[in-house]
Design a protein around this ligand. Structure first.
Ligand code: NOJ
Ligand code: CA
Length: 607
């Protein structure tokens, strides 16, 4: 048991913590108010296009292959923009599209101003961006500047000599002499890498170590060097000048390092991300970034907030501080998957997270709503029920929840189809570096039996989210032409679960998501309204209200397979039914206090 816990903790640390490792712009994007013009607050919030947006994350490698090389690409995305526009989303977040040797699928950037050759050319990017704008959508790109690739020219220079002008672009330290250690030195401190082993790599050319909180091929940039910061601001301006609308910032709290880089204490070593995120200059650097790069543009920024707790969140997102618009906290997406064996998420704990968010963020701090991305297993397999019987209903219930909570909603590609986890059984099927390192560390060394390891992997691996989009029922799922070897395994359930089938079925998850997005866009109460959980401890029913003045919504979700007869607490009556998720409408229960809810039923009422 002890071993299992330790194993789980390490695997989680490696596979998950990593990613601790964060509109309705309607059809006509809101014009920026003239400088000095007062903006009428809505429920105390300053209205902004990015608060009203529904964002859709595209993982380009897995979205659509246009040229038959088995790898998704930019022209592929361009061919699918109508599909996204029809869904109703406002903003696309594009995971890294930059030149990269792909040690971590593009999160290791070799050239920040170049498009990855496998994804196309800059002309393809420009065409894609113009086509996005032509459809009244916006684009945010990934900004990965805690680290670069070791193949970036800055690092190539930096590693050459201690007096190279680029030496201080990265974090170099001498090791601790130890004749018994490989190369004669121990690493400068005890920092672990999120991808396993030490966060320090010895470099023979200068006999010093460089810091890499992630893979060996992802050296951390030295943000204390003002030249690094200026180079980053300049590359941000490069993409903003092209017309991108903002950035999702990768592990941004890690950019300011601890002075002197002391060892982690044993207590700190349990959650190293909280120490990495607590550098003394984080807020200075983000405010400087605002002044130097973001201010002249009308942008949206969302930081992936590894190591940041809710109490610290306003320091990053309070709009009077001019740092970030929003961050991704991981408390919901990682629910019940922290430092212990995997357990199905408990509804009361999920509600607890949303309640904590509602309490911690005031009218100056905006939130994000998401339960999936490229670093987590599939939405329906984790928070719903991916069995053939309940996959559709539970996917629709989850979309109902995401699209009626407060905060900017981030949907992940394929969840609008109810794509599921892949059943992985062998090392060769997998791609993720985090998985591969963990496999070598635990299975390769004989510490953990392979079957046990895959038992865990099949619940938590990042690779579940990275299997190619399932566009149709033809071989290769319409992702690549038939006969092509795709870069990654395709889930065999594509013959049933695919976009063509969803588009042809008016009752599909896609069409339901479309309706929910329309509803959110039509009612400011669903964006800015107050949130109240009517029954926080109920483990199967999630009932909550969203209120903006006279406009009041009641959302009732039956999170499970068993039917429930549910009496709304506090004398609340249901009101009139606006939307429901099952094929047949519920019995006439409008204005009732007691509801008969079918398995995984979701209802939205006005009351
Ligand atoms: C977070 C990204 O989401 C993840 O995919 C990546 O591996 C790490 N940051 C390192 O860049
Ligand atoms: Ca391709």
């Amino acid at each position: 048991m002890k071993n299992m816990r330790a194993f789980s903790a390490s695997i989680l640390a490696t596979l998950l913590l990593i990613a601790a490792s964060a509109i309705a712009q309607d059809q006509h994007p809101a014009a920026k108010p003239a400088a000095g013009a007062p903006t009428a607050l809505i429920n105390g919030y300053e209205p902004r296009w990015w608060k009203e947006a529904v964002v859709y994350q595209v993982y380009p490698r897995s979205f659509k292959d246009s040229n038959g090389d088995g790898i998704g690409d930019l022209n592929g995305i361009t061919t699918k923009l109508d599909y996204l526009q029809q869904l109703g989303i406002n903003v696309i977040w594009l995971s890294p599209h930059y030149d990269s040797p792909n040690a971590d699928n593009g999160y290791d950037i070799r050239d920040y101003r170049k498009v990855m050759a496998e994804f196309g050319t800059m002309a393809d990017f420009d065409r894609m961006l113009a086509a996005i704008k032509a459809r009244h959508m916006r684009l945010i790109v990934d900004l990965v500047v805690n680290h670069s690739s070791d193949e970036h020219q800055w690092f190539q220079q930096s590693r050459k000599a201690k007096d190279n002008p680029y030496r201080d672009y990265y974090i170099w330290r001498p090791g601790k002499p130890n004749p018994a250690a490989p190369n004669g030195f121990d690493p400068p401190n005890n920092y672990p890498s999120f991808f396993g082993g030490s966060a320090w790599q010895f470099d023979p050319a200068t006999k010093e170590f460089y810091l890499h909180l992630f893979a060996v091929k992802q050296p951390d940039l030295n943000w204390d060097n003002p030249k690094v910061r200026q180079d980053v601001y300049s590359l941000m301006r490069f993409w903003l000048d092209k017309g991108v609308d903002g950035f999702r910032m990768d592990v941004i709290p890690f950019i300011s390092k601890q002075p002197g880089l002391p060892d982690l204490t044993s207590e700190q070593a349990k959650e190293p991300d909280t120490v990495f995120a607590a550098g003394p200059h984080l807020h200075d650097y983000l405010q400087e970034m605002n002044r130097e790069a973001l201010k002249p543009y009308d942008t949206m920024t969302v930081g992936e907030a590894a190591g940041i707790n809710l109490a610290q969140t306003p320091l990053l997102v309070d709009d009077r501080r001019h740092e970030l618009n929003m961050i991704f906290n991981f408390d919901a997406v990682r629910l019940d998957r922290n430092f212990g064996s995997w357990a199905p998420p408990k509804l009361s704990r999920l509600k607890g997270v949303f309640a904590d968010h509602a309490r911690a963020l005031d009218k100056h701090s905006w939130d994000t709503v998401f339960l999936a991305n490229h670093d987590n297993p599939r939405l329906v397999s984790t928070f719903g029920d991916d069995s053939p019987e309940f996959r559709v209903a539970s996917s629709k219930l989850l979309q109902t929840m995401l699209l009626t909570l407060r905060g900017t909603v981030f949907l992940y590609q394929g969840d609008e189809l109810g794509m599921t986890n892949f059943h992985f059984t062998s090392f060769d099927q997998m791609d993720d570096i985090a998985f591969k390192n963990a496999y070598k560390q635990y299975v390769g060394s004989g510490k953990v039996p392979e079957a046990e390891f895959f038992g865990m992997v099949n619940h938590i691996a990042r690779d579940h989210a990275r299997t190619p989009m399932q566009w149709d029922a033809t071989p290769n799922a319409g992702f690549s032409p038939a006969g092509v070897k795709t870069w990654f395994v395709i889930n065999p359930n594509y013959t049933q679960i695919n976009a063509a089938a969803a588009l042809a079925d008016p009752d599909s998850i896609y069409h339901f998501t479309q309706k929910m997005i329309d509803l959110r866009h039509a009612h400011k109460a669903l964006v800015y309204g107050d949130y109240q959980d009517l029954d926080p401890t109920n483990e199967q029913i999630y009932a909550y209200t969203r209120t903006l003045g006279e406009e009041r919504f009641l959302i009732v979700l039956n999170f499970g397979r068993s039917p429930q007869t549910y009496t709304l607490p506090g004398g609340v009556k249901a009101g009139s039914l606006v939307l429901f998720n099952l094929s047949l409408p519920p019995a006439a229960e409008s204005h009732a206090a007691t509801l008969s809810l079918r398995p995984w039923e979701a209802r939205v009422y006005r009351f």
